[in-house]
Design a protein around this ligand. Sequence first.
Ligand code: KE4
Length: 430
Amino acid sequence: MSRPSARSHEIMERSRQLFPGGVNSPVRAFGGVGGEPFVAERGKGARLWDADGNEYIDYVLSWGPLVLGHAPKVVLDAVDRAMQLGTSFGIPTGLEVQLAERVVERMPHLEMLRFVSSGTEATMSAVRIARAMTGRDFILKFDGCYHGHADSFLVRAGSGVATLGLPNSPGVPKMLAALTLTAPFNDLEQTRAIARSQAPQLAAIIVEPVCGNCGYIPPEPGFLDGLRDLADETGALLIFDEVMTGFRIAYGGAVEAFGVTPDLTTFGKVIGGGLPVAAYGGRAEIMKQVAPLGTVYQAGTLSGNPLAMAAGIATLDALTPSVHRAMVDQTDRLVGGLQAIAAAKGVPFTAGHTGSMWGFFFLGRNPRNFGEAKAADVALFRKFFHAARERGVYLAPSQFEAAFTSAAHGKREIDETLDRLEQALSAALT
Ligand code: KE4
């Protein structure tokens, strides 16, 4: 069974001449599953079509941003209206205020924020503030967590770094990498010991409240509370990197989902509705450190871009509590259905979701962290990925990524998906 791919292949041939690996972000190259990526041509709702006309029900959704699905009319109309007025000003606009008000309305722990254009900018800025406020240099992150590609984060990172088996990244000064401590997610005892080893020098603890970059791994009860206490004990700032979890795991993000309040929060993906928007924010006393009010410098030519703001506003306005609940209900059906399919075939398999962020491992138990997730049957994952792709379901091309649903993944899409994935798993097991 193989789908036409001549047009994708022809485009990838040219891409490989122009871009390293033929891609503009490593995870897109299918390094984790082998084979050649297909070339996307268009998307609508839960589905996307490649350059050869093959249709897929999409669970990658541009790695999280498309919480309403592809090309939602409300977003297209909003961007079109904004575009008629100009594409960028580099001067304050009312749209920035409107999007910020929507973010703060959902996350009242935020008193002030700053828009940037990528999650990496948001997380690197949050760490810079923490280092400035505390006058300390060390940060603590978790093995397998990914916070973007700023130097300090490329230490035992997740996502593409884990997928490609890159131990860390060349080009990061050893002296800088040495300032990044790492600990196993969900292991509070080890985390405490590592943080306390550098307590007087620890500026920040940064964490994905739900891991999505070493596969889907939720926090165990009490883990995030423990990080809150540890940050208070050591004087470090607690940073929740909600670039992936924000507005997905709960309408109000991790604070609503887990009842733990960080000092700084970073966002990305969903708040741009598919256009380049990210943000960092927190209490006013912290954010007032940022230039021009404070002395911590951070800037960006296209920060608060009006088209991106318009897309974010339309997205959050459409993502009402009832739409969010319906999306989570369908995610629950999908995950439950997958568990039943694997159980019926006697395959070691574990799956879960938090809100509309979900994932699975071919592993007999829920991994607590990346160290345990590495024991998953990656060879079977690869076979399953390609069998699913051939049958029109696009899963993340790596065992060490999370998956997503959107408001466009209704009952019909989930039923179709389960039917296709049942066939795909049978094929993968032969
Ligand atoms: P960006 O700089 O890629 O916008 O965001 C970096 C980032 C920060 N924090 C978290 C929790 C993230 O998941 C990300 C980016 N996620 C990856 C996918 N796992 C983006 C996909 C890619 O690298 O192409």
